[in-house]
Design a binder for this molecule. Structure first.
Ligand SMILES: Nc1nc2c(ncn2[C@@H]2O[C@H](COP(=O)(O)OP(=O)(O)OP(=O)(O)O)[C@@H](O)[C@H]2O)c(=O)[nH]1
Ligand SMILES: [Mg+2]
Length: 289
């Protein structure tokens, strides 16, 4: 399909989403979205944070699992699971919608690798959406801590913190977690193991962030919606302008042909009228004989 049409369709879908979200700004609990590349351990993490240790609420799996955004309301906040980014356009679109409604973003990264170009671009996108407020809304989570060997996680973390600082200009709060270790800790009743999973500290931090954000939540959402509305209006104006240029370019060759045709037709018509007049005169002469 024509790229321009697809783009306009996407803008139209964004308009509808914006209208829908406009009606939701009054929800009083902050929404915390897990966001990141596919298989980063997002759904597993949300299961641990919501106490679904034995029976998962958010589906997890060794192959790409989450395909649509899923929410779960807890006492202090609402968790939002999003599909892993970077594989399919429709998944990424869903994840972007999850991001649109998020008040706090858990950017989940699975070491050993550093952030790749795609993740850096995602962070930049986050900054576009949240602006300066991102510093208070972003939490960087390093997952799969139980797989860490020879303290590689610490080195990766140091390098990634540097990457994030360079691309966002600030240092977000970071947590190293292991959903698997937490699960084992619960199963075995070992408090030390649970604490070493990093999950309890992250949960505490999210509780604190949520209670800090609660009073200004509606205003912050309203402001974000306004900003998106302005950006969307500008994008729509640009799309309309581009369409007009395309239409003009497409019509250009036919405009000349049409002008030539109209001129030809009017000259045919006037010579035809002249001939008709001559015939009529001849006929009148004939009548008067
Ligand atoms: N060793 C280990 N494996 C984990 C941990 N957390 C998740 N996994 C495994 O990693 C795989 C992916 O986990 P998910 O939670 O489904 O990851 P996701 O980011 O939600 O994946 P998508 O929804 O497909 O993007 C699953 O096989 C999990 O069992 C962890 O802390 N340690
Ligand atoms: Mg998932």
């Amino acid at each position: 399909m024509d790229q321009a049409v697809l783009y306009i369709d996407a803008l139209e879908a964004e308009c509808k989403r914006l209208q829908l979200q406009h009606t939701e700004v009054t929800l009083l609990k902050p929404r915390i979205a897990a966001w990141g590349l596919v298989k980063a351990g997002k759904s597993s993490l949300l299961n641990m944070l919501s106490g679904h240790v034995h029976q998962e609420y958010f589906a997890t799996g060794a192959v790409r699992t989450t395909r649509i955004n899923q929410q779960l309301e807890l006492e202090h906040y609402v968790l939002v699971d999003t599909p892993g980014l970077g594989i399919e356009q429709s998944d990424s679109q869903q994840a972007m919608e999850g991001l649109d409604i998020a008040d706090i973003v858990l950017f989940v990264h699975a070491p050993p690798g550093e952030l790749d170009e795609e993740q850096v671009n995602l962070l930049l996108k986050l900054r576009d959406v949240h602006g300066d407020a991102l510093e208070q809304r972003l939490v960087l989570v390093f997952s799969l801590l139980d797989l860490d060997q020879n303290d590689a996680m610490a080195q990766v973390r140091e390098r990634i913190e540097g990457q994030v600082l360079r691309c966002l200009g600030f240092q977000p709060t970071c947590f190293e977690v292991s959903s698997r270790r937490y699960q084992r800790g619960v199963e075995l009743g070992r408090e030390g193991m649970k604490a070493k999973s990093g999950i309890p500290s992250l949960a505490l931090h999210l509780d604190q962030m949520s209670s800090e954000k609660a009073p200004s939540l509606a205003a912050a959402r309203q402001q974000r919606l306004m900003q998106r509305r302005e950006e969307l209006s500008a994008a729509l104006d640009q799309a309309i302008e581009r369409e007009q240029v395309v239409i003009q370019t497409l019509c250009e060759p036919y405009t000349h042909t049409a002008t030539v045709f109209i001129e030809l037709m009017s000259s045919v018509q006037s010579s035809f009228s002249a001939k008709t007049a001559e015939i009529r005169t001849a006929r009148e002469k004939l009548n008067s004989l």
